[in-house]
Write a protein that binds this ligand. Sequence first.
Ligand SMILES: *Cc1c(COP(=O)(O)O)cnc(C)c1O
Length: 469
Amino acid sequence: MRYISTRGAAPALAFDDVLLAGLARDGGLYVPETWPRFSADDIRALRGLTYAELAVRVMAPFVGPAVAERDFAALVEDAYAGFNHAAVAPMVQLDANDWLMELFHGPTLAFKDYALQLVGRLFDHVLAAKAERITIVGATSGDTGSAAIEACRDREAIDIFILHPKGRVSEVQRRQMTSVLSPNVFNIAVEGSFDDCQDLVKAMFGDERFRDQVNLSAVNSINWARIMAQIVYYAFAATALGAPDRALSFAVPTGNFGNVFAGYAARAMGFPIERLVVGSNRNDILDRFFKTGAMETRAVVPTLSPSMDIQISSNFERLLFDLFDRDGAALGAQIAEFRQTGRFDVTDNQLGHARAGFDSHRLDDDETVAEIARIHDETGHTVDPHTAIGIASGRAHRGDPSVPMVALATAHPAKFADAVEQATGERPTLPNQLADLYDRPERCIDLPNDLATIQNYVLTHARRAREVA
Ligand SMILES: *Cc1c(COP(=O)(O)O)cnc(C)c1O
């Protein structure tokens, strides 16, 4: 399998190079040259497999031959062995045909562990083979950072720097990052928003000299390997609920569009996915896009679902690439216009294609709290604010009641205990693995929203930069 850039001007790469590159050199995102197809019989053959077994089958066409099959299977097995539920991604039934897939059984209690636990191991494996060291720089609105740190801590070939918007992540999220004291982990609290952090990271990738000095890499959701690993739970849910003979729909609380794009990929591969419902909070650029065809940024407002407090969804470019019939030059021109003016419009035809595959919905904070309370009262389940937005969005676009609707539970309720307590009157408790989180010491540096200052900090601390200096 080879990968091409959404801007059309970077060389096509194999899986191992795409893994290490993150963003393409032309500023685009890598996507597979073609989607591997699973026939009805291929899908039937997935029934009854464990999560890890199914994961190997679903991802194999994307990886091979960059990682030997047997090595890959061992990495996958190891990645999910530490999860705190034997099913890895269990489903609970909320109503006659409404399901919740719990994606919070990894070490940091958010769905991002499902990809990053594997991606960290893949990095190690590929870097060991190349005898290289890299520097990972990432921006987080909360959950990516801790999941990335947990995936990379203490790894010999990796130093990791995570930028988060100071004061705009929950205390649990912050402590999950800053309480990791491993010498290869650097937390930076930036005086700015998540989009500022993301812009800083993009600017570092745009600086070729810096990029080469530190051997820069990314684990945020622009990295193709994360999307790939997320396709697995869509396939797992589909197979469990009767695919290929029965279709299903998903409702996905969405920020950077990485999670729901994996659902789009699963559908492109042949899994019978009817609707993909995008749930947003008040930062609703995606909801407005699907309603009007206009992509228009507004200021980010803080909400009770901070992992979705995003106005520019990086992975949306992967969908746009298809809406532009994979014309990277045309897409690049639109993105440049968007960067300059904060707006662009797709054609009616393109909007029609987008709507054929996606529905969207948005909730403000009051509606989110009401939804957490409703779910608690009616089903006895406690869900976090992101998950509640997914469930409500799925209900808003329920469609054919005979088609199962699976909402993705993207975080454990205890990660957002204040909002959950406000809604239900009960404070959810952290699982045992994190019970002493509030007693752990923290390490973090505050830096201004200034590219040169942050690059300098990275250059001073990254082992790779010190080695080549
Ligand atoms: C990251 C995150 C999201 C958004 O996922 P994207 O892939 O960025 O769309 C939603 N919910 C939670 C809890 C998250 O951590």
